[in-house]
Design a protein around this ligand. Structure first.
Ligand code: GNR
Ligand code: NI
Length: 173
């Protein structure tokens, strides 16, 4: 198990469309273990493989609370097969856009089909924060960030701020 570095905006790799996993093998399972360790360390409630620089359609989530038992979930090639219910609004954040939070409206319920770590097809139905988190992670697999769901004014502002910070860090070496 290993903690892997998380890519930060404006890293261009965050805009890649990730490739489907052809076969679930040891490498895929190691990637999922590393992603879970990286997510718990951050800490976060979800992580997509591209956030650690791997353009494969793999996500991990765990929306259990601090005082609850952990509920790690690894999803390979996840697909939203149904979404609906009352739209729900959550204040979202992203480990690739540290310390920035905005409200995003998304469908309140989703049904997601995916392969588990043993290559078996599974489906999960989710609502609440898990439904939001799954949509946020699946967006990452398509190069979409939560800031793409907010106003252009706010998005341009946060992108500029992170571009400036990256430039400054480059100059300071
Ligand atoms: O840790 C995270 N919290 C969060 C809160 C509200 C909506 C989505 C998320 S996902 C985020 C971790 C992350 O960046 N996943 O890609
Ligand atoms: Ni994110």
């Amino acid at each position: 198990m290993a903690i892997r570095p998380i890519l930060i905006l404006p890293d261009a790799r965050l805009r890649l469309i990730s490739d489907p996993v052809a076969g679930v093998d040891r490498e895929t399972r190691t990637l999922m273990e590393d992603m879970l360790e990286t997510m718990y360390d951050a800490p976060g409630i979800g992580l997509a493989a591209i956030q650690v620089g791997v353009a494969k359609r793999v996500i991990v989530v765990d929306t259990s609370k601090k005082d609850e038992e952990k509920k790690p979930l690894g999803l390979i090639n996840p697909e939203i097969v149904w979404s609906g219910g009352e739209p729900s609004v959550y204040e979202e954040g992203c480990l690739s856009i540290p310390d920035y939070y905005e409200e995003v409206e998304r469908p309140g319920q989703v049904r997601v089909r995916y392969l588990d770590g043993e290559g078996r097809t599974q489906e999960i139905e989710a609502d609440g924060i898990l439904a939001t988190c799954l949509q946020h992670e699946i967006d990452h697999l398509n190069g979409v960030l939560f800031i793409d769901h907010i106003s252009k004014l706010k998005r341009d502002r946060v992108v500029k701020k992170f571009q400036k910070m990256a430039k400054r860090e480059q100059q300071e070496g």
